[in-house]
Design a protein around this ligand. Structure first.
Ligand SMILES: [Zn+2]
Length: 74
């Protein structure tokens, strides 16, 4: 999914999880300065925190109702 598609769905931020075993490092990044044609997975390897890779996804929580917070599946 490119950023343009993500924005069309009302999401402006990316949620990134480190793939390091037991790390669980998570952060939400502002991708405002990147173009609509940049694919979401492109950010994964660039957002790692010293471990081998990270997983980038649209920050769907931005548009989820409060009742859905905290019940994201694994
Ligand atoms: Zn990590």
């Amino acid at each position: 999914m490119p950023l343009g598609n993500m924005r069309a769905n009302g999401v402006r931020m990316l949620a990134v999880w480190c793939s390091g075993c037991g790390c669980g490092h998570h952060r939400v990044i502002d991708v405002e300065q990147y173009g609509d044609d940049v694919p979401v997975p492109w950010f994964g390897p660039r957002m790692r925190c010293g471990h081998l890779g990270a997983d980038a996804r649209p920050n769907w929580q931005e548009r989820a109702p409060p009742s859905l917070f905290g019940v994201r599946g694994s």
